[in-house]
Design a protein around this ligand. Structure first.
Ligand code: ASP
Length: 300
């Protein structure tokens, strides 16, 4: 299962071209992830493959097409976690790596650490031979326009436009192992080195073979305050509640704090669940016994 961000997109608010681009991007990412699983690959490889496709697609707020910071820069966050071992890797505020999710995986497998940030993470990326990209490669005119719009109304609520678009993937492989990955440019006009929930293990991303793999999207500060992804996993592990019951309870708690967004999750037995409290969420699902489906709006 994949997502391309929760947000304000409702029927009539999204142009025909944007809708088509979104659906095509989701379908391509699902195909990339499914190809890995079909070839008996691991859930970890599948979520990385799906997220890489979405990072390269300028229709989504991750990698190429990331939103701009207040200072007009691109600073990406990403995380990946293996439910089999509960190993995890993450990067925050990276500015020169083409695929941040791949860098997060390198942090997991090639360093003794879980989370690297900013200049240090950029240096790690270079030292470990990750493909580099310059700021022009990430920058898309529409994102610049969104920044200008926010800066023109500095008194407006920070996320009034709700132009999210973070991407994520969760998967379960033939061996019953789960994995999760999330990647984002964060929030438009973020300042002061702001880091969201996506790269924080347990907030926006978590995977545990004893429970579930989960990737979140939305107003990151709320997801951080609830330790959202870990709590979803822990409730599944420690209670008899169904994934649907836990998902609804968690999104209601988020909403009660004023949070907006959604998430996708899969269990080791193959059950999948998604939920969101925004008008829409880019999403898609595929399984060995289920054709690929993509959706955007709340009524789909
Ligand atoms: N959760 C992300 C963040 O706060 C934004 C998003 O989901 O689009 O950085």
């Amino acid at each position: 299962m994949i997502h391309g961000g929760a947000g304000a997109m409702a029927r009539g608010r999204l142009s025909e071209a944007d809708e088509q681009a979104g659906r095509a991007g989701l379908a391509a990412a699902l195909a990339a992830g499914a190809a890995v699983l079909e070839a008996q690959g691991s859930a970890l490889d599948a979520v990385e493959a799906a997220v890489r496709v979405l990072e390269d697609d300028p229709a989504f707020n991750a990698g190429r097409g990331s939103v701009f910071t207040w200072d007009g820069r691109i600073e990406c966050d990403a995380a990946i976690m293996d439910g089999r071992t509960r190993e995890a890797g993450a990067v925050a505020g990276v500015s020169a790596t083409r695929n941040p999710v791949g860098l997060a995986r390198a942090v997991m497998t090639e360093s003794a650490h879980v989370l690297l940030s900013a200049a240090g993470a950029d240096a790690f990326s270079l030292e470990h031979g990750r493909e580099q990209a310059d700021q022009e490669w990430f920058a898309i005119p529409e994102r610049r326009r969104q920044l200008d719009e926010i800066k023109a109304r500095p008194d407006a609520p920070f996320d009034s436009g709700m132009k999210y678009g973070t991407v994520g993937a969760v998967a379960v492989d033939a061996a019953g192992h789960v994995a999760a990955a999330t990647s984002t440019g964060g929030l438009t006009a973020k300042r002061w080195g702001r880091i969201g929930d996506s790269p924080l293990i347990g907030a926006g991303t978590y995977a545990d073979d004893r429970a579930a793999a989960i990737s979140c999207t939305g107003s990151g500060e709320h997801f951080i305050r609830l330790a959202f992804a870990h709590e979803f996993s822990a409730r599944l592990r420690l209670t008899d509640d169904s994934p649907e019951t836990v998902a609804t309870a968690m999104i209601d708690e988020l909403g009660a704090l004023g949070g907006k967004g959604g998430f996708i999750a899969v269990l080791p037995d193959g059950r999948a669940v998604h939920v969101f409290n925004t008008p829409g969420m880019y999403r898609g699902v595929v399984a060995h016994d289920r054709d690929a489906e993509v959706a955007i709006f709340g009524d789909e």
